[in-house]
Design a protein around this ligand. Sequence first.
Ligand SMILES: Cc1ccc([C@@H]2N[C@@H](C)[C@@H](O)[C@H]2O)cc1
Length: 448
Amino acid sequence: TIALQHGAHRTGNRTDADMARWRSLRFGQFIHWGLYAIPGGEWNGKTYNGAAEWIRSWKEMPHEEYDKLYRQFNPVNFNPQQWAAQAKSMGAKYMIITTKHHDGFCLWPSKYSKYTIAATPWKKDLLGPMIDAYNKAGIDVHLYFSIIDWNHPDYRASLKNAADSAAGKRFQLFVKNQLAELLQRYPTIKGFWFDGTWDDSWKNDGAFSDELEQYLQSLHPGLVMGSRLRADEKGARHFDSNGRLMGDYEQGWERKLPATIEDVHGNDWEAVMTVPENQWGYHAKWTGHVKTVNEILEMLVKSVSLNGNFVLNFGPKADGTFRTEEQQLAAGIGQWMKVNGEAVYNGTYAGFEKQDWGYYIRKAGTDSVYMVVFNIPVSGSLRVKLPARTELTGASMLLGNTTLTPEWIGRNEYFLHLPGKTTDSPVVILLKTVTGENKDKGNFEKAK
Ligand SMILES: Cc1ccc([C@@H]2N[C@@H](C)[C@@H](O)[C@H]2O)cc1
């Protein structure tokens, strides 16, 4: 291994209570909200086909036009209690809010910038009421913070000369001050979700990102921060030059999921997902595929089955309301979570061989293993293959608490016969298993 000062400082996952809490929540809501919701992907009668929150970079949108939008930001229909109630009914246990996206506009009245909510007709802090409402609803809040800041005069993508280096130093102090300010103003938040850390100016100063992470932990012990903040002193990101994960969880799964348990290398990880193919901020015209409730449920369940968290993104309109599609998704997901959420919360990789009908999820540290069935075979029979020395002693469908009698087919294999072959939402079955010596000798003897 290479001697590194600013690489990973820990091998293996964090084992403290704050990280265990993050891990147990499993299902989060991302919210991308800011000035980009005003144009909503359209400008002067033309439609921007990129991600709506990047419209300032569109050649058809003059920077000075975008930089005047704050004068009309006035979310008169913003109702944080309603936002939190929607997230709660959806079954989200944490929320990540964009405090400042790449455009540099701050949703809170930062004392380190003029480009904030204080300069808008709305004037008032948006983050405080949001964090209070979500916390009151029993939902943790994490703060998204973009290092890239297109508005700040000292932001440099790369440092080419002494003047750039001086600006870069001023900018690093600005970042440090804003983050400390956010922790001071919002002490109940549980973590930062960093973005915009790919430019050379950041990548080439691994020492700063390492010191920043340690500084934030010193201000707020237990803070959960993903792998995207850091670079090591050789410019390696997410994984240091020895291949070890930096930060508290792998944060690279954006609009994609790992395929197998091997893909996550035993690390904690989180996937963040858009409803349309690639829109985070509000876009008036969604094009391409819009995900359905069942597609999102499968991504959530697959993530948990592979020991990860899944975060679904919402992009509120400029007035503070949510579009119909997102309201309907939240309701549909919530309906399923009300009956089956126990298979998601505290869910972990079961250690069973993946079967075609869907996913196994083990309730952390227990013998309770859930089957979440997305593909019912035409036979209606689900093959349940257990690890060696494990016996299936019972099974019940969560919906209606229907008992299923396992049919033992030799060794460690059983069939479960579903009462019907059709369903319009995933079926969850709770397995009761016993392993090792405390099991019924009878079956085991037969299984030899
Ligand atoms: C190439 C690229 C840069 C930044 C992003 C940002 N990360 C997401 C979480 C959104 O904030 C998006 O704007 C996405 C793709």
